[in-house]
Ligand binder design. Structure first.
Ligand code: SF4
Length: 169
C-alpha cells in the first residue's frame, strides 16, 4: 500500500470512530464500576504447576474480570499467555460444558453415561486388536498431585508404560 493511500485509510478510520463514538457512550457509573457489589478473590492459575497468582473479581458468584496479583510471591504480577486469559476458560463461548458427539458431520449433545461407555468400548476394542502399547496416555498440566497419581495408575492397569506429561513436550 502506498503511503498516500495508507494516510487516507487512517483518516477514514479516525473519522468513523469519531462518528460512531457518540453512540457508544456509556454511563459514568458503568465506566467507574461495570460490576457493582463485586468482590476480589485471591486465587491461582490452575493451568500449570507454577501456580501464578490471580485476582478474580466475582459478582453474584460469577467470575467477571481478572487482574494480576501484583504481590504474589511466585509470579509477582506476571502471567504467561495462557494464564493472562485464564478467565476465558470460564467465559468462552467455545467452552465445552457437556459431552458432544459428531454425528453425520454435526455435533450432538450426549449424556455423560453414553460418552463414558462409548469411549470405554472403543478403547477396549483398540487394546484387544492392537495391544496395550498401542495407546499413549498424555497427562495434563492441570492435574493436581492426586489426579496425576490416578492417571499413572490407570495407565498401569491398562498395561502400558507409555505415559507422559504434556509440559515435557
Ligand atoms: S500463568 Fe502460565 S506459568 Fe503461571 S500458572 Fe498459569 S499457565 Fe502456569
Amino acid at each position: 500500500m502506498q503511503r498516500r493511500s495508507f494516510l487516507k485509510l487512517a483518516g477514514l478510520a479516525g473519522a468513523s470512530s469519531a462518528a460512531f463514538g457518540a453512540s457508544n457512550v456509556v454511563s459514568e457509573d458503568k465506566v467507574k464500576n461495570p460490576y457493582p457489589n463485586s468482590k476480589m478473590v485471591r486465587t491461582i492459575c490452575t493451568i500449570c504447576s507454577a501456580g501464578c497468582g490471580i485476582e478474580a473479581e466475582v459478582q453474584n458468584g460469577v467470575w467477571v474480570r481478572q487482574n494480576n496479583a501484583i504481590d504474589h510471591p511466585i509470579s509477582q504480577g506476571s502471567h504467561c499467555c495462557k494464564g493472562i486469559d485464564q478467565i476465558d476458560l470460564i467465559k468462552s463461548k467455545c467452552r465445552v460444558k457437556y459431552p458432544l458427539k459428531r454425528v453425520n458431520g454435526k455435533w450432538e449433545r450426549i449424556s455423560w453415561e453414553q460418552a463414558v461407555n462409548e469411549i470405554g468400548d472403543k478403547m477396549l476394542k483398540i487394546r484387544e486388536e492392537s495391544g496395550p502399547d498401542s495407546v499413549v496416555f498424555l497427562g495434563s498440566a492441570k492435574f493436581n498431585n492426586q489426579q496425576a497419581y490416578y492417571f499413572r495408575k490407570f495407565a498401569a492397569f491398562w498395561g502400558t508404560n507409555s505415559i507422559d506429561h504434556v509440559a515435557r513436550i
